[in-house]
Design a protein around this ligand. Structure first.
Ligand SMILES: Nc1ncnc2c1ncn2[C@@H]1O[C@H](COP(=O)(O)OP(=O)(O)OP(=O)(O)O)[C@@H](O)[C@H]1O
Ligand SMILES: [Mg+2]
Length: 248
């Protein structure tokens, strides 16, 4: 694999990769540390897919960093249609080799090595710099025991993804019905990951809901603590002024 270009450089020379979300980079010393592995955790519908896609889209469009979305959950057609509704015009970027969608629908423990070979082959072929895996939860369901998941997680997150050098967002689904803040029992991937972001959609007064994200871990980064209110609007995710939460 050739030399990769990474995000913009900070003054001290440590590379950062822009998140793609207006207002968020400033809360992360410029973005995600280049080459890091970040877990995006949250219940269904909290914005994980949109966030991860915006990260790839912004990288491809604005700084010409090739990105790949690996999906175990959703087909390409539905994916592109949902993103087009947010103004993410992916097809031209795909044509330029700046975006790839890899559909990996059926998963068994025996089939995983082949799937990983395929992912790595695509990373090398397209010089992928930004990677999204949707989702860790779907992959880990291929395993029968917690022990197998541990071995797999170490191998996958430590060696394979770490070795490829991509800045990687790994989506994890928090079970529905779990209304609390951080999981009382963080998964293996949260320990191994360099960063963890939680996505929330919570009821407030009346029938309103507010969305927020919380960065609970980002190695080597003086990051914002506490809830960061966000909106999902017609152009995707943006950070909302913390002083005006609530209905809009
Ligand atoms: N154009 C839009 N304007 C406003 N909100 C939108 C728009 N498109 C999607 N949304 C909101 O975003 C949500 C979907 O976000 P997303 O697909 O990123 O969730 P997710 O966390 O990936 O969910 P899952 O775990 O089910 O895959 C929708 O449920 C809707 O509330
Ligand atoms: Mg999703």
């Amino acid at each position: 694999m050739g030399e990769k270009t990474v995000g913009r450089l900070r003054n001290d020379g440590e590379a950062r990769v822009g998140t793609g979300v207006p207002g968020l980079d400033e809360m992360l010393e410029g973005g995600f540390p280049a080459g890091s592995l970040v877990t995006l955790a949250g219940r269904p519908g909290t914005g994980k897919t949109i966030f991860a896609s915006q990260f790839l889209y912004q990288g491809a469009r604005d700084v010409e960093e090739p990105g790949m979305y690996v999906s175990m959950l959703e087909g390409r057609k539905a994916y592109l249609r949902n993103l087009a509704r947010l103004g993410f015009d992916i097809l031209p970027l795909e044509k330029k080799g700046l975006f790839r969608f890899l559909e990996m629908p059926t998963l068994t423990a025996e089939g995983l090595p082949a799937i990983w070979e395929e992912i790595v082959r695509n990373i090398e072929e397209a010089d992928i710099v930004r990677l999204v895996i949707d989702s860790f939860t779907a992959m880990s369901q291929a395993f029968g025991s917690q022990g197998d998941i541990r071995v797999f997680t170490h191998m996958l997150l430590g060696k394979i993804i770490g070795g490829a050098g991509c800045t990687t967002l790994m989506i994890t689904e928090t079970p529905p019905g779990f209304l609390g803040e951080d999981s009382p029992n963080p998964g293996m991937q949260e320990f191994i990951a360099d960063g963890v972001m939680h996505f929330h959609l919570v009821p407030v007064a009346g029938d309103a809901r507010v969305r927020y994200i919380e960065i609970t871990k980002m190695r080597g980064t003086n990051h914002q603590m506490g809830p960061i209110p966000i909106d999902i609007g017609s152009r995707g995710i943006s950070v909302r002024s913390p002083h005006f939460p609530g209905r809009r």
